[in-house]
Design a protein around this ligand. Sequence first.
Ligand code: SAJ
Length: 446
Amino acid sequence: MNNDLINLKQKIEDKSARLAVIGLGYVGLPVACMFARAGFKTTGIDIDSERVTMIRNGENPIKGIEPGMDELVAQVIQSGNLSVSSEYASLKDVDALTISVQTPVDDSDHKPRFAHMRSALSALGKVMKKGALVIIESTVAPGTMQGVIIPALEEATGGKVGVDFWVGHCPERVTPGRLLHNITTMDRAVGGYTPEVADIMVTLYDNIVDGNLDPTDVLTAEIVKTTENAYRDVQIAFANEVAQICEALGADVWKVRELVNKVPGRNMLYPGAGVGGHCITKDSWLLIANVADQVQPQLIPTARDVNRFMPEHVANLTENNLKANDIALSEATIAVLGYAYMENSDDTRDTPSEAYIEVMQARGVTDLRVHDPFVHEYKGDLDAILQDADIAVILVKHDDYVAYDWQAGLDLMKHRAIVDARRVLADDFNASDAQVTVLGIGHPVR
Ligand code: SAJ
């Protein structure tokens, strides 16, 4: 093994290695704190000076409920093991670091944009010491390490990968609300530039991960991460397509799903109002981003189209329900329930609810009331939102909506109409007793 690598492995094993994390968001900050808690002097870098100041004061800047994060940030700042800065110069003595900066996909051409990554690599390369190990945790399109990251680091350092510095890719598997839990417990693909680098990365991550650390090469790690999310997107699209088939046939997709999943090896997911969030919606595009000149993927882009159509499908159900009650869209008061991209979360990134609202406004709806118990600007009294509404459109399966007394809620409404896009109404909810027209994703009119 190369002397630099032998030296690096030794410093990781005796915890004298200087570590760093670039990008202190919902991925980077927990990792920086966990390395610091494990006993490494760790430097966190972020260009957001307000965020840096908050962390330096021992405060957790991450929104939403993240069990353990508040205490952990305070603890590692207090211990002095974590220091944070916006200055890349503080990285000059770092032996190994991770990078977790945004890797967005452009809405127009679905191609990745590397501005954040390139800026981090350029600033890092100018100060990074010889023999340092750079680990990318951000999700990247397969081929990005070879085509973007290594060239950017070689240009910025004037050195050569495998001689003057080393690289690896260990994609994150965090989920909002379960950051520390996922980092600690989930298995991870550990992609090293060489098998020796992968081995050293396993030694490093062993300090913070209890899950299995699976050494592999960089390209495989890039494909694993984007595939695991593209796989989920296709699964959800399948459920959404079967739901529309069940609606057309007058069957209940939820019953169909329950019986299908009794067959070993079947795991049909849930149909719904669409797919939101920062992972699933973009990773499918990252997976196919660099193969267009050799392969014409059909299933993956089509699955994206199916899922992106769902908010429009809910708009169609809304329009049909209002028509059944002789209410013109332009006259309707619509209570939109749920704005977060998933249940019991305040995260609104890429939320299907926004797409739904845009479709309804484009169709002439002017009176939309939005409610969400978790999203700051839409909190409020649900009864008040339903008061004199013509229809309630349930887009997110928040616990509050499941527990709500819909019989009483309907009595507040001007017309008794519901669109249920997430099967929130209980199976024993009797629409005819409640004298309400319920249209829903994947089940016949109730
Ligand atoms: N959704 C459905 N039907 C389903 C499951 C999800 O419509 O059966 C919708 C949700 O409503 C949401 C979107 O898809 O709008 C995404 O939901 P998600 O459960 O996939 O949650 P995410 O976006 O936070 O996905 C993350 C991913 N984790 C990482 O990228 C590290 C994903 O790989 C995980 O499988 C997922 O969390 C998880 O299982 O918690």
